[in-house]
Design a protein around this ligand. Structure first.
Ligand code: 1HN
Length: 287
């Protein structure tokens, strides 16, 4: 009960003791057991949750609750109250992605604990997806920040989009079929510093080599395959997590239809005029 959150930090062995998966990104696996509440707080760092397993747990973000299911992408924008609770009878595990290292670089971090365990609800559950998730937005809506008003982008919808693309398009040679999670009000990324994507790599797909200044965390939702990241080769299956640091060449192969979620610092880099990418035809095109 004394622990605010139960998070296993995924620490990059090259960045020991710094709670970094990559220079700019935090990654951790959080577990919440039946009956537990992770109490309300807010911080300048924005967070994302990517649900790995479980059901019957909710997160409440800025006055709205959403039940979470595996594959859902849940946003926690900067400086909004949030708390989580498991009201079911099995544990839930999700991947926490935070941009706190970017915030800390600028010494711009603040945090606040709420007086109550759960912050006050202001809207019906999932109203943000209903009101903003169908290419319509309430005419009176005034954005409070650059973050998406949608707090849960459900996996069922992402998968529907990916298989629609697969039914009538050729996979992109570098990314496969890939979608961006966007803020429907601005068209920008869902969170201003974290770029989130979901890709479908069809069975037998082998990407061409790609490099960018992004630092990226990948997690596998479905399927299996192998990725070469620089000099290392990683075989991956469902629920595995791996990373690609900035400017390291990456190539991905899928053995079966594979769906991979990723988040990166690209959204921040674009705003700072730093983002650069190279789509190579072959590994020897080195730049
Ligand atoms: C945090 O606030 C959460 O709200 C999870 O669930 C992980 C890691 C570092 C700093 C704050 C949460 C976190 C975190």
């Amino acid at each position: 009960a004394e622990a605010e959150r139960r998070v296993m930090v995924l620490e990059n062995p090259a960045l020991k003791g710094q709670s970094r998966a990559l220079d700019s990104l935090f990654a951790g696996l959080q577990i919440i057991l039946p009956g537990e509440i992770a109490p309300a707080h807010r911080h300048v760092a924005s967070a994302l949750r990517f649900i790995v397993e479980g059901k019957d747990a909710y997160t409440a973000v800025d006055g709205e609750r959403t039940m979470m299911l595996p594959g859902d992408f849940v946003t926690t924008p900067s400086w909004v109250w949030h708390d989580h609770a498991n009201i079911g009878n099995e544990p839930m595990i999700w991947l926490d992605g935070l941009d706190m290292h970017m915030v800390n670089l600028f010494n711009a971090s603040f945090r606040e604990e709420a007086q109550t365990q759960s912050h006050e609800l202001e809207r019906p559950d999932d109203s943000s997806l209903i009101e903003f998730g169908y290419s319509m937005v309430p005419a009176h809506y005034q954005p409070k920040s650059g973050s998406s008003p949608i707090i849960n982008y459900p996996y069922a919808r992402a998968k529907e989009v990916l298989y629609s693309l697969k039914s009538h398009e050729r996979a992109d040679a570098w990314n496969g079929h890939m979608l961006k999670y966007i803020n429907p009000v601005t068209g920008d990324w869902a969170l201003p510093r974290l770029a989130t994507c979901m890709r479908l790599m069809p069975a037998g797909f082998a990407s061409k080599p790609y490099r960018s200044t992004e630092s990226t965390v990948f997690t596998v939702v479905e399927g299996s395959g192998v990725s070469r990241i620089g000099d290392s080769e990683f075989s991956w299956g469902e629920k595995d997590i791996f990373v690609a640091p900035s400017w390291v060449l990456q190539e991905h192969q899928s053995h079966q239809d594979s769906i991979i979620f990723s988040y990166s610092d690209r959204a921040a880099q674009e705003k700072l005029g730093l983002f650069r990418e190279v789509r190579q035809e072959a590994t020897t095109d080195g730049v």
